[in-house]
Design a protein around this ligand. Structure first.
Ligand code: GLU
Length: 283
């Protein structure tokens, strides 16, 4: 049997709240109960939103909560070469194209088309740059126009054929990555994206069981496709239910009242915060 390796992969864009504590404890507990290993990964590829002080604070908060993790901690921004290499392999397969659209262009195109397909997170990229003429692409790049790189999901599916993945809560899933459209693989400001970085890093870190909130359930369809294109073994998944507040609303980072630090500052003990995060038993 393979050893279980789980991870918690927060982005240092704010202070951790109870929802993060739930997710971290979920992964930590799962590893511990299986005699496995638990990793922490810092997902800091967004240079505008991530801050070193949030990284420091989140580690302090997790340690205060009673969690332990293996070192060294992988910080994504230190490993962009791994993401570039994977992107190169995808480019060689011909499933990546440059997209020069701004958010405004995309919104205008969606409004113009009148019937843009929608995914779980809103309207999908309408495909404006998918079939641009090569000479036009070249000219725009030479002009110095900023561009992201997108996955041509239909072409990619043509290469991999049908795929499936396993979720511990919901069982086997047929992969339907087209549900999120032609996702971004490298952003205009960073040579990677959430989807690419998470797929590459889970593989390179030897994660065998990805535990994360069910808000990322649909992203897994895309990750499965990327794994097949990159020819790496898929891990197993367990998407857990999200913690909600008294009104049944999902907790957000901006809800600072529920940050772990604020609970600590009003005198709560780690065990009380673990209980609020859905783990009432002793560690
Ligand atoms: N970094 C992501 C977040 O903070 C989580 C990524 C994952 O668990 O796959 O929402």
């Amino acid at each position: 049997m393979t050893d279980i390796v789980t991870r918690f992969a927060p982005s240092p864009t704010g202070h951790l709240h109870l929802g993060h504590a739930h997710s971290a404890l979920f992964g930590w507990r799962t590893a511990r109960e299986a005699g496995g290993r638990f990793l922490l990964r810092i997902e800091d590829i967004d240079p505008k939103r991530c801050r070193p002080e949030f990284e420091r604070d989140l580690m302090e908060d997790l340690a205060w909560l009673g969690l332990t993790w293996e070192t060294p901690v992988r910080r994504q921004s230190d490993h962009l070469d791994d993401h570039r290499a994977a992107l190169g392999r995808l480019r060689d397969l011909g499933v990546v194209y440059p997209c020069f659209c701004t958010r405004k262009d995309i919104a205008a195109e969606i409004a113009r088309a009148g019937h843009a397909p929608h995914g779980p997170d809103g309207p999908l990229y309408p495909g404006t740059c998918r079939h641009l003429d090569d000479s036009l692409r070249q000219a725009r790049m030479e002009e110095g126009a900023a561009y992201a790189l997108r996955l041509d999901v239909a072409k990619a599916r043509g290469i991999t054929g049908p795929l499936r993945w396993h979720d511990r809560a919901r069982g086997w899933q047929e992969a339907t990555p087209e549900i999120l459209g032609d996702v971004v693989l490298a952003r205009k400001d960073t040579p990677t994206s959430y989807h690419l970085a998470v797929t590459v890093d889970d593989h390179l870190q030897g994660v065998t069981l990805v535990t994360r909130g069910e808000d990322l359930f649909f992203a897994t369809h895309v990750h499965r496709l990327l794994q097949a294109l990159l020819r790496v073994e898929p891990p197993e998944y367990h998407h857990h239910a999200l913690l909600t507040n008294e009104r049944g609303e999902r907790l957000a980072k901006r809800d600072q009242a529920k940050s772990l630090r604020s609970l600590r500052d009003v005198g709560l003990e780690p065990s009380a915060v673990r209980a609020l995060a859905g783990f009432p038993n002793d560690l």
